[in-house]
Every structure is written in structure tokens, then in C-alpha cells.
Design a protein. Sequence first.
Length: 295
Amino acid sequence: MHILFGNAVTCRVIASILFAGMLVLIKLLSGDASLGQIIFFRSAFALIPLCLFLALSRELPQGLHTRRPKDHIVRCSLGCIAMFTSFGGLKYLPLADATVIGYLTPILMAVMAGLFLGERLSLIRLTGISMGFAGVVTLVGPELSLTHTDNSYLFGAGLAFTTAVLAAGSMTQVRNLAKTEHPGAIAFYFALTCAIAGLATLPFGWPTPSLRDLLMLIGTGLIGGLAHIFMTLSLKLGEASKLATFEYLSLVFAVGADLLVFDKWPSLTFFPAATMIVGAALFVAYKERVKRAPV
């Protein structure tokens, strides 16, 4: 067991599979459950495996101590809104398209680190953001050129892009918090905030779920919580720069889910757009790593 889960790459791959499974459940639920309802179950039930993990790691309660509540509020607010836009976009987009637009996040994060954390806004980062935006235009361009009354795809793409921007801001704040805060505290307060935000939508109406839907709602939280744990383990056991390539396995799983679960084939523009966006993210990650490497 230790050999299996003591490997950074194995943990990263498991996290990608779990996140993909969670997104499949959320997309299946998007027509029957309200957005706030999904957010609540995804966040509240994620606290169960997260707290168990912290307890087994003997990191309770000291792991939840914080000296920077205001910074947590900023991170949680950005991340919570990003969760709403992300899950909302899944209703209108294929999983693969939403995933590839989401790859703009690390590129935008590099830019925001330059703007807000004092890191140099290099030509490498500006080149990466240009390549990433070109990929998004390639992906949604055909829809922009069409004249029709159904703009659901463009709406979904707009939500996905908004998610990437908000997630970049949220992750930039996480990067700042991680200098002094325990990872358990960062994850716990985020899940708690999103659960409260989801619960706050109850007065606007939650459909009564069937047994099948209820199990899927609970599953989103449990699977999401486990995915976060394996992601944390992978970063603890291996260097983030060496694991970056495996992050893009999620695109393979998303394409597979679209084909097998939703009978949705990628569009003709998907592959060149994915190549441009993934290439831009890898370009920035590789160049930044080379630049930081000791000589």
C-alpha cells in the first residue's frame, strides 16, 4: 500500500482520475439539481475525507490554525465564485472543452504573480498568455462566426474563461498563503466557505433529489475530497515542476468521458486549440523552471 500511494506520480494520476469522475457526476446532475445544491454537496461532503486525512496525519487541530484570516477570506471568495462559474459552465460545454479552457489558469497565474506578488512579468509569460488566448479564440471562433439564436456554447465558454481568471487569482493567493499557512487550513476553510455559500442558495429553491441524484451529489463531495488529498500527497512526495506534465492527463480523461458517457465527439477546432493552450502552459512551466535552475 505504501509503495502504491507513496509515489508522487501515482498519486497525481489518481487525483486526475478522481477529478474527472467528479466532473462527470456534476455534468450529469446539471439538468436535475440546482447549482447551489451541487456546490453545497460537493463542498460539505468533501470535508469528511479531508478531516479524516488531517486526523490520521495528526494535524488536527493545529493544522487548522491561521494567523491570516483576511487572506483566507480573499482566497475563499475568489475560489468559491470560481466554483460556481466552473460548475455552471459544465452545463453548456463538453468536458474536454471546459478542461482545455481551464488550462489557461497556470498561464494567468504566472501573470498575476508578476502583478500582485512582485514577480517579474517576463517576455516568457507574455508569450504564454498570447498563445493561450490564441488557443481559446481557435476553439470558440467558429461559434462566434455563426448566426443563431442558441448561444449556450458561447455562454459556457465565457463561464469557463471567467473560471480560469478567478482560479488564477485564487491560486495566486494560495501561493502567498502557503508561505506561512498549513495546507490543511487552506483546503478546510475553502471547502467550508463553499458549503456555506451553497447552503445560502436554499431559499431560491432546491429540487428534491431522487435516490440516484442524492447518491451522485454525495459522491461529488467524497470523490472531490479524495482527489484533493491525492493532489496534496503528490505535491508532498514530488516536486511540482516534475508533476506538471501529468496535470494534462485530465484532458485525456475528459475526452474519454465525453465519448463514453455523453456520446460527444471533439470538434474539429478542439485539437489545434488544445495543442496551443497546453503548449503555452508547458512552455511557460518549462522556461520558468530552466530560468530558476542553479548554474
